[in-house]
Design a protein around this ligand. Sequence first.
Ligand SMILES: [Zn+2]
Length: 59
Amino acid sequence: MEDGEDVRASSERIKNGETEAWLRECEEKYKCPECGKPLPVGRMKRKCYHCGADLSKNS
Ligand SMILES: [Zn+2]
């Protein structure tokens, strides 16, 4: 997954009025697979700061 592409696609969708769907997708996407807690979008993608799970190999 390339971050640049992802962000661009997201902006496109927001422009198209899909903000709500996009937000929901983000919530799912940045949920820690280990503990299930939501992660701050675009910041702590490598490591869950709740449980410390290494997320870099899950994406
Ligand atoms: Zn976690």
